[in-house]
Design a protein around this ligand. Sequence first.
Ligand SMILES: Cc1cc2nc3c(=O)[nH]c(=O)nc-3n(C[C@H](O)[C@H](O)[C@H](O)COP(=O)(O)OP(=O)(O)OC[C@H]3O[C@@H](n4cnc5c(N)ncnc54)[C@H](O)[C@@H]3O)c2cc1C
Length: 354
Amino acid sequence: MEHFDVLIVGAGPAGSILARDLREKSDLKVGIFEKESFSGEKKVCGGGLNENIVKKLNLPGDIIDKKIKTYFAYMNEKEFNHTDKIDLYSIRREVFDRYLADRAVEAGAEMYVNTAISNVNIVKKGELELCTANARFKTKCAVFADGVSSKLRRNFNIGFHATKENHWKSLVYEIECDNPPDIMDFFYGSNVATLGYAWQFPKKDHLNVGIVIHSKYSTLNKLKMGLNWVINNYINNKYDTGKVAKVGNAIIPIKSVGEYSSDLGLLAIGDAAGFLRPFDGGGIEFAMESAFLASEKIIEFIENGTTLKKYDDEIKVQSWYKKNKVENILMNVFEKYPHLYHYFFRTRILPNLI
Ligand SMILES: Cc1cc2nc3c(=O)[nH]c(=O)nc-3n(C[C@H](O)[C@H](O)[C@H](O)COP(=O)(O)OP(=O)(O)OC[C@H]3O[C@@H](n4cnc5c(N)ncnc54)[C@H](O)[C@@H]3O)c2cc1C
């Protein structure tokens, strides 16, 4: 059986950033498992990044499809906000995730692709086993970076577990459009969703047009109706669109509750922990921030025997975590009075989305 200091499940942004950071800051033996042939291959995402992510990851220009300065927001039939002063970046996940995974491997992490982890066993504190269909791996610390939908965490009281009313449901279309303008759009109002919104992010050769609706109010039919309303009333009039080339759906955590680590040698980062912005479902920034924090605490756990629970303590004092907690409380109000969600966005001076 092969032995590692740290094993990471999932080579999405959270897992790859953690693997790279651990290798750059220590000599720990790090392994990372990805069930797909590469992460990002099947990822449903808007692919919007803010300046903080681009700077901290030092992303090269060729990873970015569009740098976006202009933003329009619409409430049902009317434009209600417009600015030319935002700093947002549009990426394709198959490019972004692959870039991050390559950097992790370059830093010395061992990557196992097409390899799903099916079980995690705790032998004792600091001694864990990760199982695939035909092999077992030993480690001192195992990290759940396995995204929102993975069932792997179900035996542990760690990270995000979907219930009926704690997530967004989404539907995303990739619509052909040759070199669209560097403009993004957001759509709110009852014609779009009872509680939710839609967006348009331009990519090099298509528009990423998607919708999220709170799971309490969402059905596939409502997602389709809201998105089609946006496409027929705005997208097809504003842009030179072709056919829908790709359709995808996924869920996004709204409420992250509970614990994020166990002193036995387990922790959760990114979507697996439920670290997403409740108002809009942006999560790549928190995947990155939680990965950096986890890296620091894992090194202390393995090299100095410090408790891993320090990860939970540190997470809970981060300003982004506290801000998300406030949004959680407001989302509880919006769940009861959904029209307030749209009102809230309409009356904000500049919605700081993503
Ligand atoms: C419709 C939609 C739009 C979004 N738009 C944005 C946006 O514009 N900006 C933004 O910041 N965020 C956005 N998000 C959120 C963003 O996609 C996530 O926050 C981000 O992907 C989190 O990264 P992660 O590494 O934690 O998880 P993931 O990216 O989900 O990566 C998890 C990885 O683990 C792998 N895996 C799962 N189980 C196993 C297993 N058992 N064994 C091995 N591998 C496994 C998966 O294949 C996957 O590659 C959006 C999400 C959705 C659904």
